[in-house]
Design a protein around this ligand. Structure first.
Ligand code: NAD
Length: 504
C-alpha cells in the first residue's frame, strides 16, 4: 500500500500537519489563510491542512494568468499541445500514486479512482486535437471580391471550480481545452479533497509551461467569490450542487463572464418487463452503489413497469445486500465511504424521511460495522421500496448509496414522472424493445440518456450534457463544447482590390 508520504511530488518536506501550498506563477506559495484539516473518511487519519485562500491570494493567481496570457496565446496550437502530450505521459506514469491519493481522501475504491483518472487522460488526449478542433471556417466571394472568415481566439484567464466527488477527473473536463485553446487558468479544487490536484500540479510543474499559464488556489466560498468577482477572469467552469451552481452562474453572469455550471441530479431509470434482468440488476447495482452513490450519474430511482417489479426488486435487494463495503485500498472491496460524517448523517436522515413518507426500508444500510474501520463514514447499500412518487424524497438528491423503487403500469407514466422532475442530468431505460428505446430517447427530458446503460457518462469527445436544474449555461464541458466555450469567434471581412497590387 502506498502511504500519504507519496502526496508530495516536489515537496518532500511536507507532512499531513503542514498546510498545502497554492501554485501561482510557476511557484509553490504558502497561504496566509486559516486551514481546514483533510481527513481520510475511512480511517479518519489526518492527510493534510487545506488553506482557505483569501481574495488577495486569488488576485495574485489571476494576475499571473493575465500576465502569461499574451505570450501563451502566441505560441502556436501545435506547440501548445506538445505540453499536453507530455502531461498525458506524466499522468500515465503517476496514475497509481494519484489513484491511491484519490481513494485516501475521497473514500472510493482503488478501481474507481483508476477509472476516473482514465477519463481525465482521455480529455487530455482529445484536447491534443486542438489544432483542428479550434479551426474556424470561411466563405470566399460573399460579394464580388470580398471574403469572410471566422477565426477562434482564446479569452484570457479562465477559472475552474471543482466538487469533491471526482477530484482527479472533473478539472480535466475543462483544463486541457482551456490551455490548448490559448487561455490561462486558475483551478480551485474542492476543499474536501485538495490533495489530488496538488499532486497533479506537481506533474504540471514538470511540464515547464510558461509561469502563470496554470495556477492552483486552494479554498472554499471566499476563494470562489473572489474568482466570480474578479474583473480579469473571463470564464467560469463550475461543477457542484445545484444551489451553488445557480448562485455561481448568476454571480458570474452579473459580472459579465461566460459560465458553464454543472449541478446536482436525481437520476431515474426505467426497467421494462422485457429487459434482461440479470444484466439490468448488475448494471443498476453498479450505478446506484458505485462510488457509494456519490456520482452525479448515479441511478437514484428505479421505476419498474408492470411485471418487472417482483423480479427486479428481489434481484436488486440480493445484490445490494451482498456488496462488499470497506476501505477502498483493501483488496476485494466493492464500495467505500461517503465523504464526511456530516454527509453520512444527512443521508441517514433522508433514508428515514423516505420511510416517513411511506416507503419500506427493504435493505437498511445505516450504521454498519466495518471491521477495522468502525469510525469510518460508511453506509451500506440501501433500498427504499414503494417510494412515494409525489413525496419530497423522490425529488431530493441524496448523493449516497440509496436506491428508491417506484412501480408504475406503463412506460408513458414512467416517462411523464421523469419529465416532472426538477433535474435532467441522466435518465436510463432497460429494455429489449427498439420501439420503447426510441420512444424513451425521443421523449425523456435529460441531457445524458442510457439505453441498457447504468452510468451514461459521455466520452471526452462528447459534451457532458446536463439539462434543467442539472446545468446552468449553454456550452457543456468536454469535447467540441469545451472548445467553443474557451474561444471567442472573430469574423473578418476582407476586400483587396486588384488595382492596389498593380501599384507595385
Ligand atoms: P458543492 O456545491 O458543495 O461544492 C462545489 C464547489 O463549490 C467546491 O469547490 C466548493 O468549495 C464550492 N462552494 C461550496 N459552497 C459554495 C458557496 N456557497 N459559494 C461559493 N462556492 C461554494 O458540491 P460538492 O458537495 O463538492 O459536490 C457534490 C455535488 O456536485 C452533487 O450535487 C453532485 O450531483 C454534483 N456534481 C455534478 C456533476 C455534473 O456533471 N452535473 C458532476 C459531479 C458532481
Amino acid at each position: 500500500m502506498l502511504g500519504v508520504d507519496l502526496l508530495w511530488i516536489d515537496l518532500p518536506s511536507m507532512t499531513a500537519a503542514t498546510p498545502l501550498l497554492n501554485y501561482i506563477n510557476g511557484t509553490w506559495c504558502a497561504s496566509a489563510a486559516d486551514c481546514l484539516p483533510v481527513i481520510n473518511p475511512a480511517t479518519l487519519d489526518p492527510l493534510g491542512q487545506v488553506p482557505l485562500s483569501t481574495a488577495a491570494e486569488v488576485d495574485a493567481a489571476v494576475q499571473a494568468g493575465q500576465a502569461a496570457f499574451p505570450g501563451w496565446r502566441r505560441i502556436p496550437p501545435t506547440d501548445r499541445v506538445r505540453y499536453l502530450f507530455h502531461l498525458r505521459q506524466l499522468l500515465e506514469q503517476d496514475r497509481e500514486a494519484i489513484a491511491h491519493i484519490i481513494t485516501q481522501e475521497c473514500g472510493k475504491t482503488l478501481a474507481e479512482s483508476r477509472g476516473e483518472l482514465q477519463r481525465a487522460i482521455e480529455n487530455v488526449e482529445v484536447a491534443c486535437g486542438i489544432p483542428m478542433l479550434m479551426q474556424g471556417y470561411n466563405s470566399e466571394d460573399i460579394a464580388r471580391g470580398i471574403d469572410e472568415t471566422m477565426i477562434r481566439q482564446p479569452l484570457g484567464v479562465t477559472a475552474i471550480i471543482a466538487p469533491f466527488n471526482f477530484p482527479g477527473m472533473i478539472p480535466f473536463w475543462f483544463l486541457p481545452y482551456a490551455i490548448a485553446c490559448g487561455n490561462t487558468c486558475v483551478i480551485k479544487p474542492s476543499e474536501k479533497v485538495p490533495l489530488t490536484m496538488q499532486r497533479i500540479m506537481g506533474l504540471i510543474h514538470q511540464l515547464d509551461l510558461p509561469p502563470g499559464v496554470v495556477n492552483l488556489v486552494h479554498g472554499a466560498k471566499d476563494a470562489v467569490d473572489a474568482l466570480l468577482d474578479h474583473p480579469l477572469v473571463r470564464a467560469i467552469s463550475f461543477v457542484g450542487s445545484s444551489p451553488v451552481a445557480r448562485y455561481v452562474y448568476s454571480r458570474a453572469a452579473a459580472a459579465g463572464k461566460r459560465a458553464q455550471c454543472q449541478g446536482g441530479a436525481k437520476n431515474p431509470v426505467i426497467v421494462l418487463p422485457d429487459a434482461d434482468m440479470d444484466m439490468t440488476t448488475r448494471i443498476m447495482a453498479d450505478s446506484a452503489f458505485g462510488c457509494a452513490g456519490q456520482r452525479c450519474l448515479a441511478a437514484s430511482i428505479a421505476i419498474t413497469v408492470g411485471p418487472a417489479k417482483d423480479h427486479f426488486t428481489e434481484a436488486i435487494a440480493s445484490v445490494a445486500e451482498s456488496r462488499k463495503v470497506g476501505y477502498g485500498l483493501d483488496e476485494g472491496v466493492q464500495m467505500g465511504t461517503v465523504i464526511s460524517a456530516q454527509s453520512k448523517m444527512r443521508i441517514e436522515a433522508l433514508i428515514q424521511q423516505g420511510a416517513d413518507e411511506g416507503a419500506k426500508i427493504l435493505i437498511d444500510g445505516r450504521r454498519p460495522q466495518i471491521p477495522g474501520y468502525e469510525q469510518g463514514h460508511f453506509i451500506r447499500p440501501t433500498i427504499l421500496q414503494d417510494l412515494d412518487p409525489a413525496g419530497d424524497l423522490a425529488r431530493t438528491e441524496i448523493f449516497g448509496p440509496v436506491l428508491g423503487l417506484i412501480h408504475l403500469d406503463t412506460i408513458e407514466e414512467a416517462i411523464a414522472l421523469i419529465n416532472r422532475g426538477q433535474y435532467g442530468n441522466m435518465a436510463c431505460l432497460f429494455t429489449s424493445s427498439g420501439a420503447a428505446a426510441r420512444q424513451f430517447r425521443y421523449e425523456a427530458e435529460a441531457g445524458n440518456i442510457g439505453i441498457n446503460i447504468g452510468v451514461a457518462a459521455p466520452m471526452a469527445f462528447f459534451p457532458f450534457s446536463g439539462w434543467k436544474d442539472s446545468f446552468f449555461g449553454d456550452l457543456h464541458g468536454q469535447g467540441q463544447h469545451a472548445v467553443e466555450f474557451f474561444t471567442q469567434t472573430k469574423v473578418v471581412i476582407e476586400r483587396w482590390p486588384q488595382e492596389w497590387s498593380r501599384r507595385f
